[in-house]
Design a protein around this ligand. Structure first.
Ligand SMILES: Nc1nc2c(ncn2[C@@H]2O[C@H](COP(=O)(O)OP(=O)(O)O)[C@@H](O)[C@H]2O)c(=O)[nH]1
Ligand SMILES: [Mg+2]
Length: 367
């Protein structure tokens, strides 16, 4: 899974990136317009506990790839800052954003005169809208172009696939013309499959991350409420974080960071809330594989069956799948060993259609 961090210049994208990926980027490197890529190692107490029990040679956490999407340059449109359209994105920038599975939009709420907001004022709804508008315009161009060419081709070839695509694109067109992002309307699984190759931007699940200053901690819930009332649909989530101080905290030990957070009254770290919201937004959960060699957490889409989950571990496991041995983490911890879960009937052999649950410990039997 890959998540791209987008947002206006000086909103705190690189600050958030460094905080959640626990990287440190030199300011000279940051100043260059380059993409930064790193992985988040997903913390999971269950994996820690399993590792404590099995004492394996290797512990592998689930990972999420994160990209700091620099490349949006103010004024590339030629319009003065502050004027509608002045944040016009380059096609180069949009092309890079397209490959992400989800986006984090960092929206600036902190005041900092040393680095003025590009539009010289703080306005969260304006900033969110300006991105949505650009995404919608970009999608419209793609959909309209494709609609034109499909219609011509259908007349010539009567291609069944194209005939299925046509109504879905028309549906997109109608939604976009109402200036609504595609993610706010319902699409069936089949419709989404047809659309996948277009990588439409306004269809991507969106996490709005409001960047607040330490003196705004008490206001965090108010900002969220305002946003929830005005904007949020099922494929958009919002959270708050405190860029400046959380970056400083990410350099501390876990214990010190916890004390620091408590002192400040921060309920959840940026890392935790981003992971939680991303899993929610993308419909993800985790299963585990355990053993003396390796204990590992795997991230899959909710609803995947045992064979598909096996395929995440190895493509051969998918092809040659026979059965999955399954014990839920809670049952394993309650009974203390696989032998005891067998006695108590919590150890099961499941077929390929078994829908994997969050926290299943799985071992694949394959040919
Ligand atoms: N006061 C304050 N400054 C911040 C905060 N977050 C980021 N900054 C500052 O804003 C500037 C731009 O941040 P950066 O993460 O590089 O923004 P980017 O252009 O979106 O990548 C830097 O000088 C940061 O130190 C914050 O929460 N409070
Ligand atoms: Mg940056």
């Amino acid at each position: 899974m890959q998540i791209g961090i987008v947002g206006l210049p000086f909103s705190g994208k690189s600050t958030l990136f460094q905080t959640i990926t626990k990287t440190h980027i030199d300011s000279a490197v940051l100043a260059k317009a380059e993409l930064h890529q790193a992985v988040i190692k997903v913390p999971d107490e269950r994996l820690d506990k399993l590792t404590g029990i099995f004492n394996p040679k290797k512990k592998v956490k689930a990972t999420i790839e994160v990209i700091d999407m620099i490349g949006l340059q103010k004024g590339e449109s030629g319009l003065p800052a502050g004027q509608a359209g002045s944040t016009k994105f380059t096609s180069n920038f949009l092309g890079k954003v397209k490959t992400n599975d989800a986006l984090i939009h960092v929206v600036r709420l902190f005041e900092n005169n040393a680095v003025p907001h590009p539009d010289n004022s703080i306005d969260m709804l304006r900033d969110i809208d300006s991105f949505e508008t650009e995404f919608i315009i970009s999608d419209m161009e793609i959909v309209e172009k494709r609609l034109g060419s499909i219609k011509k081709q259908i007349m010539k070839t009567k291609d069944e696939q194209l005939k299925r695509e046509l109504p879905v694109l028309e549906k997109c067109n109608e939604i976009l013309e109402k200036e609504t992002p595609l993610r706010e309307e319902h699409f069936s699984i089949d419709e989404m499959k047809l659309l996948r190759s277009y990588q439409l931007l306004s269809a991507k699940p969106m996490l709005i991350a409001l960047n607040l200053d330490e003196n705004q901690i008490d206001l965090a819930d108010n900002f969220l409420d305002e946003l929830v009332k005005k904007k949020l649909s099922s494929n958009t989530k919002a959270l708050t974080f405190f860029g400046q101080i959380e970056m400083e905290m990410s350099e501390l030990s876990e214990e010190d960071a916890a004390i620091f957070m408590k002192d400040y009254g921060i309920k959840q770290s940026a890392l935790d809330s981003i992971i939680r919201s991303s899993y929610d937004l993308l419909g993800l959960h985790s299963f585990f594989t355990v053993g003396d060699d390796e204990c590992r957490a795997w991230t899959i889409k909710k609803g995947m069956n045992a064979q598909e989950a096996a395929g995440e571990i190895h493509t051969d496991f998918f092809k040659k799948f026979i059965r999955a041995e399954v014990v839920h983490y809670d049952d394993f911890i309650a009974h203390g060993s696989f032998a005891k879960t067998k006695e108590s009937g919590h150890w099961r052999l499941e077929g390929k259609d078994y829908i994997v649950r969050d926290g299943d410990i799985i071992s694949i039997r394959h040919g």
